[in-house]
Write a protein that binds this ligand. Structure first.
Ligand code: OOG
Ligand code: NI
Length: 270
């Protein structure tokens, strides 16, 4: 699979359960904006069958290179970001993984059981990153037990391997002079933004400002019946130039820590 195909498959799969992303995309295009992607994020567990080393393979094959590494102590996450070696317009890729050994024995056992239930071939699928929730059952009891300890683990159980969000490159928007302006436009158009740590994460001094919508609510069919669970969100990133004049390319862990919460149902009720 080539890069264009991979990125468009990730978008299709994401847009299918994130109708607001498609609507915001079309709304901005309707205003004459050209939409460019700053980055795409993917989540996983650090079990060696599905960890970052496994999921990065397809991206390395299409020309991405590993760049920054990030640690999220309280959420027990580790992440890496990738940039394309030749295509400067290609979105960055951000892959995070839950550090299972730092979680409770109960959560570790649950995740092991989930992964053990999969066909071994599922892990060797070169398109694993596009394969969603590959486990055979989806139990609300399992979802709730994961949710008690890690919203990230619970989200992963329901939605699996896919793009968790796409991110609009706000530098490329012509009609907005700041992220505040873009946020105000989105809120006036009816979208709810993630307010954890403030609606804008990061500062010009940190060279990256980010905001995001709250994830859409999506109907999930559990073995016990169906329930609305937050799916995916849309992010907006504005980058500032470094001393050498080039835009900052990395991520900011303290901001990312709050962006992760865009899928947390607790924020929806604020
Ligand atoms: C990733 C959250 C972090 C960013 O841009 O800082 C992030 C996630 O929710 O999986 O995307
Ligand atoms: Ni992001």
């Amino acid at each position: 699979m080539d890069k264009t195909k991979l990125l468009s498959k990730l978008w299709e799969q994401y847009a299918e359960i994130t109708p607001s992303a498609k609507k915001i995309h079309d709304l901005l295009e309707g205003k004459g904006e050209e939409i460019k992607n700053d980055h795409i994020a993917i989540r996983t567990f650090n079990d060696k069958r599905v960890n970052i080393d496994v999921l990065e393979k397809l991206f390395l094959e299409v020309g991405y290179e590993g760049k920054g590494e990030y640690i999220f102590e309280s959420k027990k996450l580790f992440a890496k970001h990738y940039e394309h070696s030749t295509d400067k317009n290609a979105p960055r890729i951000f892959i995070s993984e839950l550090e299972l050994e730092k979680c409770s024995p109960k959560l570790q056992a649950t995740v092991k059981e989930i992964l053990d239930s999969c066909d071994a071939e599922a892990f060797n699928n070169p398109e694993l990153v596009l394969s969603g929730a590959i486990w055979k059952t989806k139990s609300l009891a399992v979802y709730n037990s994961l949710l008690e300890e890690s919203e990230y683990a619970a989200w992963m159980y329901v939605y699996g391997f896919r793009a968790n969000h796409f991110t609009i490159n706000a530098n490329a928007l012509k009609g907005f002079n700041s992220l505040e302006e873009l946020n105000a436009f989105l809120e006036n158009s009816g979208w709810k933004l993630n307010s954890s740590g403030g609606k804008i994460k990061g500062t010009p001094a940190q060279l990256l400002e980010q905001s995001s919508t709250l994830a859409d609510m999506h109907s999930v069919n559990f073995d016990e019946g169906s329930l609305q669970i937050p799916s995916c969100y849309y992010e907006f990133a504005l980058r500032y130039p470094m001393a050498d004049g080039e835009l900052y390319q990395g991520f900011i862990a303290s901001s990312a820590d709050k962006i992760f919460e865009s899928t947390d149902v607790k924020l929806q009720n604020r």
